[in-house]
Design a protein around this ligand. Structure first.
Ligand SMILES: [Zn+2]
Length: 609
């Protein structure tokens, strides 16, 4: 998803004590109001006993879309493997949708309703290891998206030619807003059929490949799409409207990859120009991340009546065929105006979010921090390393440090929107620690190869990166993901002795840091290893600067040094004196961070449709 804001958690703010659902991750939260999660949040966000005993193998989704009254009718075949002793079967379908029946072996089974979850009692034995299926019948008028893609649901629109245009966007809200399923990111089917029936002449573009189009006698058409890979359920999408189509073949790391583009028909010529950016995007991301994850399902861009969404193998596009983020640059440097933010960011999710999917929404940083980081790698691919660094450093002005990036687990909670810019800067900082671009690229590609097409925990990602960086990064992740504090590099000078330590950090924080001693051409970069205790070193020179690629605050605590406030958002090293180590790129903003923040705040709230 794109980075205007983050989704509202279902939980409500309360002054009450922590509830039982809070986890160790949330205990790190500083100055964070206690969040009280509901029974419904736990049903939605945890692996309940009624979810734990079966593993989804295949969803066979068959939905009729009725724009005339904004309703859906459908059925879903759920094929599953029995992995443990049978309990009730939890099937999620959000109100006001109505689950009509669940049928197994030709017999309707008993149902118990609990809010947005239904519990089916399957009378037949469910032998462990066996493969079984149920069919779920349902209908209703699904929630209408209030502000898609961030506050999602069904989108019922008409285009400029007054033709019907219908789409889904349900990240965070959940796929169960419009079709019944096991609504957790932890369980993906191995494959999925998506049959969508719409009134003629609408064309539906969903995920995977189109296998069949049937023109029905009642004036509708059925589009049968098939995804041959695991897919997270929020990525399954309807895009139905007056589309045109063109295609090309990209020759990538795994051979020929089909690229299919579905603009609204009157945008065909514009799309042919704007979508040329897809090929350099794929080339850049295959270089850094490894092969595009879905050669068998292909790559698609589909024009959508919302800004954009990472719908797997059918990326939703609504950036009005312009560069930047709706014509703006999120980094404040101007660099982001050279490319189409939605093509770059949402496509990056094919690797980060779709191929590697977080099991729990609390680890959504795996999706957004890496997708944000991918933006600066794309800038680097286009305009060089310094430009990429300037872009990611520029986005620090958007970091709020309001609440930790990782919220509570098990309740479908999503953390701070800082998972975008702060998360991207955390990864950029880790690259500096690794200090070897070949190794860094190997880590990114290795993550993709190791966890390809899997659901993962944040800890798996963190542990892999530590193991392959050759540095224990656990406290770095803890600092940036579970607290709202930016590490403060405190230093003081006394003659030719420099004393230094980390402040405002988690216990044992020991992140290496590159400092620059001296100024101008004489300056020397040194990698030092501050800890929370004071250490000292000899130095010569009249100034010390922290490498601005490290997302830290530098504070000169020498007696008599001017005390300057640190916001944690400043692109360079806070109050550090001296010059920046990173060349200022042409076009980079020199507006002070404090002023840039307010300028961004006003554009931040701009409605995006
Ligand atoms: Zn995103």
């Amino acid at each position: 998803m794109t980075s205007k804001t983050f989704r509202m958690p279902a939980a409500r703010l309360l002054a009450a004590a922590l509830c039982g659902a809070m986890t160790p991750a949330s205990i790190h939260a500083q100055a964070t109001p206690a969040l009280a999660y509901t029974h419904a949040d736990s049903l939605r966000g945890s692996i309940t006993p009624q979810r734990a005993w079966w593993d989804v193998v295949f969803y066979d989704l068959d939905v009729h879309v009725h724009p005339e009254d904004s309703t859906l009718t459908g059925r879903v075949g759920i094929t599953y493997r029995v992995t443990g002793p049978k309990a009730e079967m939890q099937i999620d379908l959000q109100q006001p949708m109505v689950l009509d029946s669940v049928v197994q072996d030709g017999q309707a089974v008993r149902l118990r309703e609990d809010g947005n979850a239904y519990f089916a009692t399957l009378p037949k034995a469910q032998r462990v290891g066996s493969r079984r299926s149920v069919t779920v019948y349902y209908h209703g008028r699904p929630r209408v998206a209030k502000n898609p893609p961030w506050d999602g649901g069904l989108i019922w629109r008409t285009d400029s030619l007054h033709r019907l245009w219908v789409a889904t966007a349900v990240e965070g809200l959940g796929a169960s807003a419009w079709w019944p399923n096991k609504d957790t990111q932890a369980d993906e089917p191995d494959s999925q059929r998506v049959r969508i029936t719409v009134p003629e002449p609408m064309i539906d573009v969903s995920n995977g490949r189109l296998r069949r189009t049937t023109h029905n006698a009642d004036g509708t058409a059925t589009y049968e799409w098939f995804v041959v890979n695991p897919i997270n359920n929020y990525d399954v999408a309807v895009n139905a409207g007056g589309y045109a189509h063109f295609s090309q073949v990209y020759h990538g790391e795994r051979g020929p990859l089909t690229l299919d583009f579905w603009p609204l028909s009157y945008h065909l010529d514009t799309a042919r120009v704007q979508f040329k950016q897809v090929v350099p995007m794929l080339a850049c991301f295959e270089h850094w991340f490894g092969p595009y994850p879905w050669y068998k399902d292909g790559y698609k861009l589909v024009e959508a009546p919302h800004l954009g969404m990472e719908h797997q193998s059918a990326v939703a596009y609504g950036n009005h065929y312009g560069n930047g983020y709706l014509g703006r640059d999120l980094s404040g440097t101007g660099l982001g105006l050279a490319w189409d933010f939605i093509i770059v960011h949402e496509s990056a999710h094919e690797w980060w979010g779709n191929s590697l999917t977080s099991k729990d929404a609390a680890d959504e940083w795996i999706h957004e921090s890496f997708a944000n980081y991918a933006e600066n790698l794309y800038e680097e691919c286009q305009h060089g390393k310094a430009a990429g660094a300037a872009y990611v450093i520029g986005t620090r002005a958007r970091v709020k440090n309001d609440v930790p990036i990782i919220p509570a687990y098990g309740v479908n909670a999503e953390g701070s929107g800082d998972m975008y810019y702060k998360g991207g800067n955390m990864l950029h900082t880790i690259r500096q620690i690794v200090n070897d671009d070949d190794r860094w690229r190997g880590i990114l590609r290795g993550l993709q190869a190791t966890f390809r097409h899997q659901t993962v925990t944040g800890k798996q990602i963190e542990d892999y990166m530590s193991a392959h960086a050759g540095v224990d990064l656990s406290r770095v992740f803890a600092q940036y993901l579970t607290t709202t504090k930016i590490p403060v590099f405190e230093y003081r000078r006394n003659g030719d002795t420099l004393a230094y330590r980390w402040g405002d950090v988690v216990p044992g924080f020991d992140m290496p840091l590159r400092i620059l001693v001296g100024s101008g051409a004489e300056a020397l970069g040194t990698l030092i290893h501050p800890r929370t205790e004071w250490q000292s070193m000899r130095f010569q020179g009249d100034s010390i600067t922290v490498d601005p690629n490290f997302y830290v605050i530098a504070r000169d605590v020498t007696a008599g040094a001017a005390a300057k406030p640190d916001s944690g958002k400043t692109p360079a090293a806070g109050s550090g004196s001296g010059v920046s180590m990173t060349p200022i790129t042409a076009g980079q903003s020199r507006v002070p961070a404090s002023r840039r923040s307010s300028a961004i705040a006003s554009s931040w709230d701009m409605p995006t449709r």
